[in-house]
Design a protein around this ligand. Sequence first.
Ligand SMILES: [Zn+2]
Ligand SMILES: [Zn+2]
Length: 263
Amino acid sequence: MLTRDLGIFTERGGTILFYLSKKGNVVVDSQFPEQAGHLITELQKKNGYPFEVLINTHHHGDHSGGNIAFKDLLKRVLVHSNSKINQLKVARDRNIEATQLFPTQTFDKIWSEKIGKERVTLHYFGAAHTNGDSLVHFEKANIVHMGDLMFNRRHPNVDRSAGANIKSWINVLEETNKAFNSKTNFVFGHAAEGYSVTGSKSDLEAFKNYLAALLEHTGNSIAQGKSLEDLVKSTSVPGAPEWKGDGIARPLTAAYEELTASK
Ligand SMILES: [Zn+2]
Ligand SMILES: [Zn+2]
């Protein structure tokens, strides 16, 4: 538990945030069906109240795959409008529509509702990890679920097939910094081994610097005439030594494609 009413669940996949309320529990992200089942069992043990709404920070399977476990337990699944489009498209392309629970409600810029003692507000600041990433703010507790807008000290997935954009992602993190205060507690979609899935503005700042360093390093390589093949041999991003380990090729490739596409 992060507070008396809000807690996180981290079995496998993107971090889940839940809010316990007499007016109905709120769940943000759902991991996969098996994990969602475990969460539902735990929450029913905790208070046994019905579910008011399930929110997905974005459409990726490690955040929405478990929706189906809530099928008969709630009426509302809320996401950004682009996230719904992305989820429908991926499900159709992969022929997995039958295993999905699709959103029933969408928003574009901001959405807010009082649920029990909390006010839950969703913000959309633009394209980033996808083109449909929501920030979910529990205002009273001052806790924000960032979804995959935050990879804490871990190389991110940049889903260009779903409209991701690194330059815009940096701007989204700047907007986030302006929108919340120094006491805000942030929940991250993913973290590297040994790092926390919760943190503060300073972690957001560090990740923003990583993304800027990623674009700079990639831009320099392109200017030196290096190919994508050469670029992905990089073992770290100069200026962002805390981001190490596997998965560097993905953001380097995305940065390369982004910078060469805009020329
Ligand atoms: Zn994820
Ligand atoms: Zn994701």
